[in-house]
Design a protein around this ligand. Structure first.
Ligand code: TXE
Length: 492
C-alpha cells in the first residue's frame, strides 16, 4: 500500500468572506457546510452571505477602484501578480491537498494540473499585460488613430466546482492585470482554495478592496452580484441553465459579459489513427477529473472498420482508472464532487439503460471501505448501443459517463457530432492531416484538438458557441474583455 499522505487537517482554512481587506462572517451570521465528498464528512463552514454582504463588497471594490488602485501602473500590477504566483508556489502542496479534499479529485491531479495551472495563469497574465500591444491606424497623412485600453471598474467573477482555483485564477489574473477591482464568488460546493487565495492576496499586500471574496449560494449571492449596479462586468463559468439566468439579468444592464457554459463534446476516431496513443488519449479526454471538465469528450465516435477492436481496447484502458482515496498519491481516480451530483450522474446511467444502452464497463459504485464507505464514488462508465441523438448522448452529464458510437464517413461523423445544443470543444484522431483539418473546420465547437486533448496555450481564444457560451477569454482576448478600448483620432 502506498504511503497515504498524512492528512494535515489544519490545511483547511476557516471559511470567511474577505471584504475591504477584512476577513469576516456574513452579516446575519448564517453559514453553509463544506464537505469532503470522498468521506461525506464536513470540513468546515463558509458564510451564507446575502445581498447586504454583496453590497458591502461592491462598495469596497468601487472605493478601491476610485482610490490608489485605479492609478497603479502596469508594472506594479504585473509585479503583484508575480508575487501572488510565488506565494502559491511556496504553498503548492497545501493548495493541492485542499483542492483534493474539497472537490474529491486525486491529490496527484490537483498537484500536477490544477495548482500548477493557477501559478501559470498569474505569471502568464503578468507577462501578457507587460507586453500588451494596441493598434495605431495612420490615415494617409491626414490623421492618426491610436487605441487606448482602460480598466472597466468592478468585475463580478462567478466560478463552478469542477476546477475551482484553476478557473477562478483564469479570471482573477487578467481582471487585476487590467486594473479592475473584483468581487469573486466561488461555488458553495468547493470554496476552500478561493478562501486560501484570499489569504495569499492579504499576505502579499494586495490593497484592501481590490479583491473581495463573498461566499454563498448562487441564487442569493451570485444573483445579487449580477444585478448590482456598481458591478460593471461579469465573467461566469457554470451550467447553461444558470448562464441563461445570468444573461437575462446582466444583458439589460449592458454589462460586459463572458459566459463559459456546459458542453457535450465529440471525440472522433478514424480507422487510420495511431491506435495505442488514441486509446489512451480518448480515455483521458472522457474521464479526466472524473469526467467533470466542460471540455471532456463524452461522445466517442469510432469509424466502423476499427469499432470492435477500439471498443475492447478502450474498455481495458478505462478500467485502469480505479476509484480510491483521493489523497493517496497512487490514486488516479477520485470521488465525484458531491452526493447530489453522484445521484444526477447515476440517473443518466438509468436513463441510458432505458434508451437501450449496453454498459461496457462501470455503471455502478465501487465497493469502498472504512472512512470512504459513504463517499461519492462511481466507476468510470462506457455505454454502447445508444442512438447518437438519444437523451443520454446529447444531454450534459458532467461525470464519468461516456457513450460510444460507430460511423462510416467523415460526413456522418460531423453530422452526428454537431447534433447537440452545445458547441464547446472536440477532438479528432487521424493520421491523415487533411482529414484532421477538414473535420476540425466542420465541427461546431469553439475549440478542437487534433491527435491530442486539453493541450493548452494560454494565448489562444477559449470559449464556446451555441449553448456553450458567449465570448472568448485567453491571452489578448482576456485583456480586451477586462478593459474598455478607446480609439483616439488626431488630425495632423
Ligand atoms: O453549476 P452552476 P453547478 C454544468 C454541469 C453541472 C451543471 C451545474 O452540467 O452539472 O453545470 O453545476 C453560481 N446567478 N457545469 O451547479 O449552478 C453557483 O453558486 C448567479 C459546467 O456547479 O451553474 C456557482 O458559483 N450565479 C461548468 C456557479 O454559479 C449563480 C462547470 C456555477 O454554478 C446562480 C460546472 C444565479 N442564479 C458545472 N445560480 C463548466 N462549463 O465548466 C448558481 N450560481
Amino acid at each position: 500500500m502506498n504511503d497515504v499522505m498524512n492528512l494535515d487537517r489544519d490545511v483547511v482554512p476557516e471559511g470567511r468572506n474577505y471584504i475591504g481587506g477584512v476577513f469576516q462572517q456574513a452579516g446575519d451570521g448564517e453559514v453553509i457546510g463544506v464537505y469532503d465528498p470522498a468521506r461525506d464528512a464536513e470540513l468546515t463552514t463558509i458564510p451564507r452571505s446575502k445581498a447586504a454582504d454583496v453590497d458591502q463588497a461592491a462598495a469596497a471594490a468601487k472605493a478601491a477602484f476610485e482610490g490608489p488602485w485605479g492609478r497603479t501602473t502596469v508594472a506594479e500590477r504585473a509585479d503583484l501578480l508575480d508575487a501572488i504566483a510565488d506565494e502559491i508556489e511556496r504553498e503548492i502542496d497545501d493548495f493541492a491537498l485542499l483542492e483534493s479534499l474539497d472537490n474529491g479529485k486525486p491529490f496527484s491531479l490537483a498537484r500536477s494540473v490544477d495548482i500548477p495551472r493557477v501559478i501559470s495563469n498569474f505569471r502568464f497574465f503578468a507577462g501578457a499585460v507587460r507586453h500588451q500591444e494596441t493598434g495605431a491606424h495612420p490615415m494617409d497623412g491626414d490623421a492618426i488613430n491610436y487605441t487606448l485600453r482602460r480598466p472597466v471598474g468592478v468585475f463580478g467573477l462567478i466560478t463552478p466546482w469542477n476546477l475551482p482555483l484553476y478557473l477562478l485564477s483564469w479570471k482573477v489574473a487578467p481582471a487585476l492585470a487590467m486594473g479592475n477591482t473584483l468581487v469573486a464568488k466561488p461555488s458553495e460546493v468547493t470554496p476552500l482554495t478561493a478562501m486560501k487565495l484570499a489569504e495569499v492576496m492579504h499576505k502579499v499586500g494586495v490593497p484592501a478592496g481590490v479583491f473581495n471574496l463573498v461566499h454563498g449560494y448562487g441564487h442569493e449571492v451570485g444573483q445579487a452580484m449580477v444585478a448590482h449596479p456598481d458591478i460593471k462586468g461579469i465573467s461566469f463559468t457554470g451550467g447553461t441553465a444558470t448562464g441563461h439566468r445570468v444573461a437575462a439579468t446582466a444583458a439589460p444592464m449592458f454589462k460586459k459579459l463572458s459566459l463559459e457554459l456546459g458542453g457535450k463534446n465529440p471525440t472522433i476516431v478514424f480507422e487510420d489513427c495511431d491506435f495505442d496513443e488514441t486509446v489512451k488519449g480518448v480515455a483521458r479526454a472522457a474521464f479526466a477529473n472524473q469526467g467533470q471538465i466542460c471540455l471532456c469528450g463524452s461522445r466517442i465516435f469510432v469509424q466502423r472498420e476499427i469499432y470492435e477492436r477500439f471498443k475492447t481496447a478502450l474498455v481495458e484502458e478505462v478500467n485502469k482508472r480505479v476509484p480510491g482515496n483521493p489523497q493517496d498519491p497512487a490514486t488516479n481516480f477520485g470521488a465525484l464532487v458531491s452526493q447530489a451530483h453522484l445521484a444526477k450522474v447515476e440517473s443518466y446511467i438509468d436513463l441510458a439503460k432505458k434508451e437501450g444502452g449496453v454498459i461496457l464497463c462501470g455503471g455502478e459504485r465501487p465497493e469502498m471501505h472504512g472512512e470512504f464507505a459513504k463517499g461519492a464514488f462511481l466507476k468510470p462508465t462506457l455505454i454502447d448501443g445508444l442512438a447518437y441523438d438519444s437523451r443520454t448522448a446529447t444531454e450534459e452529464i458532467f461525470g464519468p459517463v461516456a457513450t460510444i458510437h460507430p460511423f462510416d464517413t467523415p460526413e456522418d461523423a460531423v453530422e452526428m457530432a454537431n447534433a447537440v445544443r452545445y458547441g464547446l470543444a472536440g477532438s479528432v484522431w487521424t493520421q491523415d492531416i487533411k482529414t484532421g483539418h477538414r473535420v476540425a473546420a466542420a465541427l461546431e465547437s469553439g475549440m478542437v484538438w487534433v491527435n491530442t486533448w486539453l493541450l493548452r496555450d494560454l494565448r489562444v481564444p477559449f470559449g464556446g458557441m451555441k449553448d456553450s457560451g458567449v465570448g472568448r477569454e485567453g491571452g489578448r482576448f482576456s485583456l480586451e474583455f477586462y478593459s474598455e478600448s478607446r480609439n483616439v483620432c488626431v488630425k495632423l
